[in-house]
Design a protein around this ligand. Structure first.
Ligand SMILES: Nc1nc2c(c(=O)[nH]1)N[C@H]1C(S)=C(S)[C@@H](COP(=O)(O)OP(=O)(O)OC[C@H]3O[C@@H](n4cnc5c(=O)[nH]c(N)nc54)[C@H](O)[C@@H]3O)O[C@H]1N2
Ligand SMILES: Nc1nc2c(c(=O)[nH]1)N[C@H]1C(S)=C(S)[C@@H](COP(=O)(O)OP(=O)(O)OC[C@H]3O[C@@H](n4cnc5c(=O)[nH]c(N)nc54)[C@H](O)[C@@H]3O)O[C@H]1N2
Ligand code: SF4
Ligand SMILES: [Mo]
Length: 715
């Protein structure tokens, strides 16, 4: 018998933003082990349980391997040519007959984790000059882009907390113990916080739930959902009124700071205490703690961007870092120096805001995309510019966007839908054509996005772990083939974008470590390939902001007019009545073994106790005459669902929590494990009209709901 061949392959995990290095041990064609790569200069061997699921994704019999064509109520597998021809001819016919805007596009989260989609999707979609482009950005980080674009002139000039050198980390609405960080690629968050605490630093968490992160913090404060902007402007008000707000080294090229003192004067700690639930003395102390720390980093994530004042929150956070001297400084928040994609005035994707509005509701575009909360109405409302055909790429908006039930219905009314996806799930079941790419382990990878957001500068290239199966195509090849068909077979070859590796080599060449700037020892594909655990490009360093400012006057805009104007909306909430009686506020939560909606089809990630339950504070259970384990109905403006409740002292009274990404009980999907652990979909309750009104980003947190018992727990 032949000796089994064992080999170890090094690979970066691309499932979440932490981009951990992995060592994958393989015998013949089978994965034996997946472990953390201790030599990775960013992740130092850290992994989470999802890494092992790469094996499950690769082997999952439900994962589509051939293109699928709708055949009445059924599906049939087909060859690529037929799938491509159908897609291009249907999309082109609809665009010709009804105009460019009749084609809609939705790009989901894995699009930014898969470099072939990053480099090649636009190559096809540019042929449809539609304004109806949507993505997961507007259920996520859109307010960060809006604030940074307004202040620094570029949507990707997003400063990252220097967690490895800071002395004071103020974290609002983020739970990196479960999420492993976002807009802060931070593998091994736990050990980095241990190090911070060992050097005498403090982690301060503000969250309506005592999260896994709050539990390791030095200080945690509950806050009433949706009121963080009040807290943040109160922190600023303290610093301004005590004359401690100073742009320091940035003063010479910062405009608008002098305006702020007056426009935020109403947000005193005393004025905001009742609304936020944080007393005035604590707010004052927090302001002083941040200002007094040798280095402090103020950071807020999903809980802050997906709420009704998302943009104001992100603006206020930038201001706090600026006026306490922590912007662009070691131990504060800094811009990264990635090998590719360094944002600055030389980069042609600075973004633009409100250059046009959505047809039905008039929501603003950002960087060419409209808020996805408007997608269903753009499909359902007749008239010029109605979306009649939709392409979804690596997304599951039926489960992941507000009022997903409505979108679910809207999708079934489309004339044509194509999905770039390897699962037949709650969204793609509405498609006419599904184009499944290779498995994650069958293609090579370089992280074009998350090196740029990481807490340490590194670069890492991962070759494919397995050769692809005959006939399988990578995402980028699918886009190339479609683009070629649009321009016509006669032009074969002329409309091909080269492989991502070729683009990588070019990008590295013109980057800060490339042959142009470091001719003696350039970072190139050869070097990356020979450093299989990645290349260390050094710790974060400040001092580059000024040269990278991309505003027209190359200054920091501390008080952009449209953000200042939005303060009126916030001021009105100071005097608003607090919710009384039975009204509750719904927030989300993430779990280390989930990843949005698409990783519930792997036995090892869904085993154990049902995680999709509603956490309720015991006092709220009592007020509703309920007990832990009861089934309850939750109502919101847009929907209703039934779920089991669980008592939790970790919640602020008046707040309830349900995770997202579940609701796999819909007919017509092919997810054999997920449908056995369906859970309910929180986005049946979230509301497409409940938004950060300024940016149009969905307010997925702080949704007003009521609950009532439908059946008691069995004794
Ligand atoms: N395991 C796992 N990891 C993931 C993901 C996943 O689904 N599972 N998803 C990935 C993605 S796409 C993203 S964007 C990131 C997100 O990364 P994070 O933002 O770190 O993750 P969340 O768990 O959404 O954290 C949001 C926190 O905000 C709190 N919160 C809710 N409302 C409010 C509020 O009004 N004010 C304040 N102060 N807090 C509030 C919630 O209680 C929660 O703790 O995670 C990524 N990583
Ligand atoms: N209530 C509530 N809703 C939320 C959130 C929340 O915190 N609360 N979080 C929001 C956030 S932060 C995000 S990012 C969104 C995510 O929302 P979406 O991006 O819409 O949904 P995902 O669950 O990430 O679905 C990813 C899809 O991509 C497919 N896929 C995976 N890898 C690949 C690949 O390499 N190629 C292709 N072609 N397809 C692939 C999967 O099969 C799956 O169908 O959800 C948002 N929705
Ligand atoms: S933390 Fe994220 S990148 Fe790291 S192993 Fe888990 S899923 Fe992969
Ligand atoms: Mo996200």
């Amino acid at each position: 018998m032949a000796q089994a061949a064992t080999r170890t392959v090094h690979r970066a995990c691309h499932l979440c933003e932490a981009i951990c290095g992995l060592e994958i041990e393989i015998e013949n064609d089978a994965i034996l082990h997946i472990r953390g790569d201790k030599n990775d200069p960013l992740s130092h061997g850290h992994v989470c349980p999802k890494a092992v699921a790469l094996k499950d994704i690769h082997e999952d019999p439900d994962r589509l391997r051939k293109p699928m064509l709708r055949d009445g109520a059924d599906w049939r597998e087909c060859e690529w040519d037929e799938a491509f021809d159908t897609t291009v001819s249907r999309l082109s016919t609809i665009a010709q007959r009804h105009g460019d805007n009749a084609v809609g596009i939705y790009m989901g989260n894995p699009s930014v984790h898969n470099w072939g989609i990053m480099t090649h999707s636009y190559h096809f979609f540019r042929h449809f000059r539609t304004r109806n482009r949507f993505s997961a950005t507007s259920v996520d980080q859109l307010p960060h882009h809006v604030a940074c674009h307004a202040m620094y002139g570029h949507q990707f000039l997003i400063p990252i907390p220097d967690i490895d050198h800071t002395d004071c980390f103020l974290m609002l609405g983020a739970n990196p113990m479960a999420s492993n960080g976002s807009l802060m690629t931070v593998p091994d968050f736990r050990n980095r916080i241990r190090a911070l605490q060992a050097r005498g630093g403090r982690l301060i968490v503000i969250d309506p739930r005592r999260t896994e992160t709050a539990k390791i913090a030095d200080e945690h404060h509950f806050i009433r959902p949706g009121t963080d902007a009040l807290l943040l402007f109160a922190l600023l008000q303290v610093l301004f009124s005590e004359r401690r707000a100073d742009a320091g080294e940035h003063a010479g090229y910062t405009v608008g700071l002098d305006l702020l003192h007056d426009v935020i004067s109403a947000f005193t700690p005393e004025n905001v205490a009742a609304a936020t639930g944080i007393d005035a003395a604590t707010i004052r102390r927090l302001a002083h703690t941040i200002a007094d720390a040798p280095g402090a980093a103020c950071y807020g994530r999903m809980g802050l961007s997906t709420q009704t004042f998302g943009s104001l929150c992100q603006w206020a956070l930038q201001l706090l870092n600026l006026v306490t001297g922590n912007l662009d400084r070691r131990g504060g928040v800094v811009l990264t120096h990635a090998a590719i994609g360094m944002a600055g005035p030389w980069d042609k994707r600075p973004g633009h805001f409100a250059a046009w509005k959505s047809r039905v509701r008039g929501l603003p575009e950002f960087a060419g995309e409209l808020p996805v909360a408007a997608l269903a109405e753009e499909i359902m409302t007749p008239g010029d510019g109605q979306v009649r055909a939709l392409a979804t790429v690596a997304g599951n908006p039926v489960l992941s966007t507000p009022n997903g039930r409505q979108l679910d219905q809207a999708l079934s009314s489309l004339d044509f839908m194509v999905s770039f996806d390897f699962y037949l799930n709650e969204t793609t079941r509405h498609a006419d054509v599904i184009l499944p790419p290779t498995s994650p382990l069958e293609h090579d990878h370089y992280d074009l996005v998350f090196h740029q957001l990481a807490v340490h500068n590194t670069a890492r290239y991962s070759p494919a772990v397995f050769p692809r199966k005959p006939g399988a195509l990578h995402d980028w090849e699918i886009f190339n083939a479609l683009a070629r068909r649009v321009v016509g077979e006669s032009a074969t070859g002329s409309d091909e974008l080269p492989a991502p590796t070729v683009l990588l080599e070019q990008g590295l060449g013109v980057g800060p470590y490339g042959k142009r700037r470091a001719p003696d020892s350039p970072l190139n594909l050869d070097k990356l390939s020979s450093h299989r655990s990645g290349v260390d490009l050094g710790p974060l360093r400040g001092g580059s902001l000024r040269a990278r400012l991309s505003t027209d006057d190359r200054k920091i805009h501390a008080a952009p007019e449209f953000l200042v104007a939005d303060l009126a909306r916030l001021r009105a909430t100071i005097t608003q009545d607090l919710p009384t009686g039975q009204e509750l506020r719904l927030i989300g939560r993430r779990h280390i073994r989930s990843n949005n909606s698409w990783m519930h089809n792997y036995a090892r990630l869904v085993k154990g106790k049902d995680r999709c339950n509603l956490l309720v504070h015991p006092s709220d259970l009592e007020a509703h005459a309920m007990r832990s384990g009861d089934l309850a109905e939750i109502h919101s403006r847009s929907g209703c669902l039934t779920v089991q409740v669980e008592a939790s002292e970790d919640l602020m009274p008046g707040v309830v929590s349900l995770p997202h990404g579940w609701g796999h009980d819909r007919t017509g999907s092919r997810l054999s494990i997920a449908t056995r652990h369906p859970g309910v979909c929180v986005n049946d309750l979230t509301d497409e009209t409940f938004l950060d009104e300024l940016s149009g980003n969905a307010a997925l947190n702080g949704v007003p709901v009521s609950i009532r018992r439908v059946s008691a727990v069995a004794d």
